[in-house]
Design a protein around this ligand. Sequence first.
Ligand code: GUN
Length: 304
Amino acid sequence: MSARIIDGRAIADAIETEVRADVARLAAKGVAPRLIVILIGDDPASQTYVKNKGKAATKTGISSETIALSEQTDESSLLKIIGDLNARRDAHGILVQTPLPSQIDGSRVIEAIDPAKDVDGFHPLNIGRMMSGADCLLPCTPWGVQELLVRSGHSPEGKHAVIVGRSSLVGRPLANLLTRKGRGGDATVTLCHSRTKDIAKHTLSADILISAIGRPKYITAGMVRSGAVVIDVGINSVPDSSAKNGRRLVGDVDFEAAKEKADAITPVPGGVGPMTVAMLMKNTVKAAKMQTGNQEELPDSTFS
Ligand code: GUN
C-alpha cells in the first residue's frame, strides 16, 4: 500500500494563518513585527529561499526587508550592519542567509546577532537555552520537523526516531528537541552519521526515520521499516533535462520506492521546506513580543 503523503505546504499554511492572527493582536498594541534578511552574493538557491521568506512575511502581515550585499562584502562591513540592526528598535528579527562567502566567518556573524533577534535560533545562547529546555528562539528546521510530526498525527512520544545526519543546523538540535519532555518530544532517538556502522540496521528499527544528510536517494526502500513515518529534510539539486533550468530539487530519500513501504512520507519539495519558513515567521513574532514586553500577555499559540 502506498504511504500517506504528509502535506507540509498545508500544515505550514495553517501555522501562517495562526501567525497572522498573532500579528493582528500585536498590531492592536502598536507593534509591527519586522524581519530583516541579509543576503550576500547571488547564489540562486539562497535567492529563492530569501524570496520565499519574504512572501511568507507578506502573507502573515510581518513587514520584511532584504539587505542584498555583494559577494565581496568583508566581514567587518557585515558585522557593522548587524550591529546597527541590533540597535534598531523596529528590527525584531535578523537573519543572515547561508552559505556565506569564504572571507566571512559564519560563527562570528551568528555570535554578533543579538540573541533576542536571532530568529534562525543559531546563536550559542539560544542553542544552550534549547539544550537546557528553557524558552528561547528555536532553530526553524528542527522545530518545523517536530511540528510537522505533531500536526500530521505522528506524535514522537514513546517512538523510536532515527535521525540520519549530525549537522549542527538540523541533526543535533533535532535529536535534542525530540528527546525533550512534553509536546513533540518524549521520543527515543538514535543519531546516525557518516561514521555509523551499518546505518540500515538502525534505520530499519525506526518508527520515525528522518534524513538530513544532503545526498540524493541516500535512503533506499531497503532502509525503511514497513509502516514507518519518513521525514525528508534533504534539498539536493540534481540535473534534469526536462526542467526549464536543467535542474530539479530532490530530497535524500528515494521517494517513489520508499513510499511503498512507509506509512507516511514527506515529499520534496512541499514537505519540510515550507515548515522552516513558517517557523521563521513564528520566531519573528515571538521575538517582537519579547522585545516589546508582550510575551506574557500574548503567549505563543503553539508549544515553543
Ligand atoms: N540556508 C539554508 N537554510 C537556511 C536557514 O534556515 N537559515 C539561514 N540563515 N540560511 C539558510
